[in-house]
Design a protein around this ligand. Structure first.
Ligand code: B12
Length: 181
């Protein structure tokens, strides 16, 4: 399950969802602006292995914290991770401000998220996956960064589609990214 700002279509969420789908995982993408109860209902109805929160505007972090706390307090126990510019550059502050996060995905998140889901789905320890920051007792630890895949010749082929990739209650006609098969 992915949650992020959907107004005008969110390229980052599209890439993340497409990467998971390309590897066979069902993904639901929700609008951060949807009612918290709707997001909670979705998470309880079909419990995900992970909820990924996309924070692209840093001043939304307190609203994300509210939502994350609300989900935890209401019984959503899966792994919570967050990505985006601010969490990547200020992962310590992010983990401090949002104590219910399990991890932060640093920079380009496609393959970090995929590996996280791979590990969580089979109950494998995720703490050595590259591209992560997380709390270890009182300390924040980071794993080695991944090389960017956005290099000439490295990018997977994507198809840009206008069909919504989302089950969002309030998403507008969001564009989504789908992998070419
Ligand atoms: C498109 C865009 C918009 C669109 C957003 C549409 C949308 N739904 O996405 C619109 C026009 C709405 C917009 C508005 C604003 N924007 Co703007 N926007 C951008 C822009 C140019 C591109 C974003 C993008 O698509 N990036 C490409 C994708 C592929 O990258 P990404 O989103 O970062 O995602 C990747 C990683 O971050 C990571 N990741 C992200 N989320 C997650 C989640 C998980 C779980 C994981 C694992 C990984 C992960 O993996 C993704 C894939 O690799 C960025 C600049 C930039 N170059 O990114 C500014 C940027 C995000 N915007 C910014 C700002 C300031 C604004 C406005 C406040 C401007 C204003 N004064 O009105 C408004 C805010 C609107 C609001 N309602 O609050 C700033 C944010 C700075 C900050 N510190 O918060 C940026 C960084 C530009 C800048 N340098 O100033 N914006």
């Amino acid at each position: 399950m992915l949650i992020g700002f959907q107004n005008q279509g969110n390229l980052g969420l599209g890439y993340l969802a497409a990467t998971l789908r390309q590897h066979g995982y069902p993904v639901e993408v929700f609008d951060f602006e949807a009612k918290s109860e709707v997001l909670l209902g979705a998470a309880l109805k079909r419990p995900p292995v992970l909820i990924g929160f996309s924070l692209i505007f840093q001043f939304y972090i307190y609203r994300y914290r509210e939502l994350i706390d609300f989900l935890r307090q209401n019984g959503v126990g899966c792994h919570f991770t967050m990505g985006g510019h601010f969490p990547s550059l200020s992962f310590r502050a992010t983990l401090e401000l949002v104590p219910n996060l399990d991890s932060v995905a640093l920079f380009e998140g496609e393959f970090t998220l995929l590996e996280l889901v791979d590990h969580l789905s089979v109950g494998k320890d995720w703490r050595n996956i590259p591209g992560l920051a997380y709390r270890n007792r009182e300390q924040v630890v980071t794993t080695p960064l991944r090389p960017s895949w956005r290099r000439p010749g490295c990018a997977p082929k994507w198809r840009f589609s206008t069909a919504p990739a989302t089950a969002s209650a309030s998403a507008t006609a969001a564009a989504s990214i789908s992998p070419l098969r």
